[in-house]
Design a protein around this ligand. Structure first.
Ligand code: PLP
Length: 517
């Protein structure tokens, strides 16, 4: 799929019926899947001519905004070094290059110049170009396509980023507070504190709990915190960083989440040494919150929810991140709600914990020049908050799209005997941050290689369970039972591409490829 910017004159020629070739070109382009762009500086020209010729402006706009992405014509960076005659055109070319990287510009302008990575065609050349109307190259299917997501809301995102830059409130600007408020409403919790990453959300939470419960900065080594070994390393290493020791308890293979019955047995074995549980809603499937919360209440344990992969997921219609003492979210770019760098959020209904976390993100005090705790510089940047505010508007739609793709996968893969497909428990609303299958009796490397040969990406989340990592062997851990399920999962899981912007065709390519293995 190519990224193509079409010059305003060609569009006007096509829509006002002034040039047959332009009309043919635009009609043909509309039949393709190419991503089509115009530049914001073209809009006044388009408006002027539509007014002048009394064209059906409403209809034109409908076609326009459904098919074209608008890149903002910005900046003079690089302009002076270009050999140009028409500065308006030069600015459009440079803005297009900035936004898309490599692409194609179709223009009837005589005044052409070189911009690296950009091909320039006249309408005649475009109609004959194999780059545009040739046979499509074999589709390659990435795990996800962040650029494609960006193009789907390019105008809004560019606007909020530029607004933030212009307003100059780069640290704790109003967008941060607004995001916290919107996420509070979304989750149905009393407090949200934006922070610098999901990892920091976890460490801030564990430190705040130590300060509240133990009245000391950190946990003691003899304090055990139950968690799953089948997760990203941050879930476990933040326990070490908070001073405590992780107690690894096995998962159930049905959901890859902590097994409540094993958690119960582990609590029975280790007794009062166990202070709390960090549960992970892995791949976007919520943990069984009925059982885990009941266990935590019976045994007076704190609960931290690692929601890094579960924004929008729910258990019994209640959102993850609203059950435990604290919820920890990651806005890493590849997460189902991701920003354009690192970011995170802590959610809680506990006023005291909220206040401590808010102090810890700003060096450990209400007044950062006179602090009472050992704190961090762990704030979320204003620009990231502005991006997240924009993306938050689409999260339910994107999660629904993920669910739809998961359904297509599950239908298309159901006859493959060597695949165990993901489940969704009755009370669960799974957001399919990952669509992860378990290979039964097939070598994972071979399957990955066969898919790769067809341009299909796959990933393994996670190839090493935490109890096998040196960081825990060297710094302390307790292990309950044989952790067999976590080991089976680590050796056999495979995550397939899942991108909310995929159409059915992309998913079918993966399904066909797997069915042929
Ligand atoms: C389950 C889990 N926990 C914690 C994290 C850490 O989040 P971050 O990368 O934002 O620090 C991640 C993200 O990679 C994760 O998937």
């Amino acid at each position: 799929m190519a990224k193509i910017l079409i010059d305003v004159n060609i569009l006007l020629d096509a829509f006002l019926g002034r040039q047959e070739i332009s009309k043919r070109l635009v009609d043909k382009l509309f039949e393709t899947n190419h991503e089509l762009f115009i530049s914001s500086s073209m809009i006044p020209t388009i408006d002027y001519f539509l007014n002048k010729y009394g064209a059906d402006k409403k209809k034109f706009k409908e076609i326009f905004f459904s098919r074209f992405k608008i890149i903002s014509t910005t900046g003079y960076e690089g302009l002076l070094s270009l050999d140009y005659e028409d500065s308006g055109n030069a600015l459009i070319f440079l803005s297009f290059k900035r936004a898309v990287g490599d692409g194609i510009i179709i223009t009837s302008s005589e005044k052409k110049f070189e911009v690296e990575g950009i091909k320039i065609f006249t309408p005649e050349e475009a109609l004959k170009s194999p780059d545009i109307f040739g046979k499509d190259p074999p589709e390659s299917i990435p795990m996800l396509d962040l650029k494609k997501e960006y193009y789907s809301f390019i105008e809004e995102i560019d606007y909020v980023i530029l607004k933030c830059i212009a307003e100059g409130k780069y640290i704790l600007g109003p967008e941060v507070e607004e995001l916290e408020k919107k996420v509070m409403e979304y989750l149905g919790v009393r407090h949200c504190i934006a922070c610098s990453s999901g990892t920091d959300a976890l460490i801030l939470s564990l430190r705040a709990l130590a300060i509240k419960i133990k009245k000391q900065e950190r946990w003691d080594k003899g304090d055990l915190i139950i968690t799953t070994p089948f997760t990203f390393v941050a879930t476990g290493d933040t326990i070490l960083r908070s001073g405590a020791t992780p107690l690894f308890v096995d998962i159930e293979l049905e959901t890859y989440n902590l097994s409540p019955s094993l958690v119960k047995k582990a609590i029975r074995k280790y007794g009062k040494k166990v202070k709390g549980i960090i549960l992970v809603h892995l791949y976007g499937h919520p943990c069984d919150m009925d059982e885990l919360l009941a266990l935590s209440k019976e045994n007076d344990l704190f609960v931290v929810e690692d929601c890094a992969q579960s924004f929008g997921a729910a258990w019994n219609n209640k959102k993850t991140g609203s059950f435990g003492d604290l919820g920890c979210f990651s806005f890493f770019p590849s997460k189902n709600l991701g920003c354009f760098g690192d970011g995170g959020m802590v959610s809680t209904n506990d006023d005291e914990l909220a206040e401590i976390v808010r102090m810890l993100i700003k060096h450990g005090g209400k007044d950062k020049y006179n602090v009472e705790h050992i704190g961090y510089n762990a704030r979320l940047d204003t620009i990231q908050a502005a991006i997240l505010l924009t993306k938050l508007k689409y999260i339910d739609r994107f999660n629904l799209q993920r669910r739809k793709i998961a359904q297509i996968y599950s239908e298309g893969l159901k006859d493959i005997k060597w695949l165990k497909l993901p489940n969704e428990k009755e009370k669960a609303y799974h957001v399919y941050h990952q669509y992860t299958v378990l290979l039964m009796g097939k070598a994972r490397k071979e399957v990955q290689e066969k898919l790769k040969q067809q341009g299909i990406s796959t990933m393994v989340y996670y190839p090493y369970p935490l109890h096998k990592m040196m960081v825990f062997k060297n710094n302390g851990m307790e292990v309950f039972g044989d952790l067999k399920n976590s080991e089976v999962a680590s050796e056999n899981v495979l995550s397939l591409p899942i991108e909310p912007m995929f159409g059915e065709e992309e998913v079918k390519i993966v399904i066909d490829a797997l069915n042929k293995i």
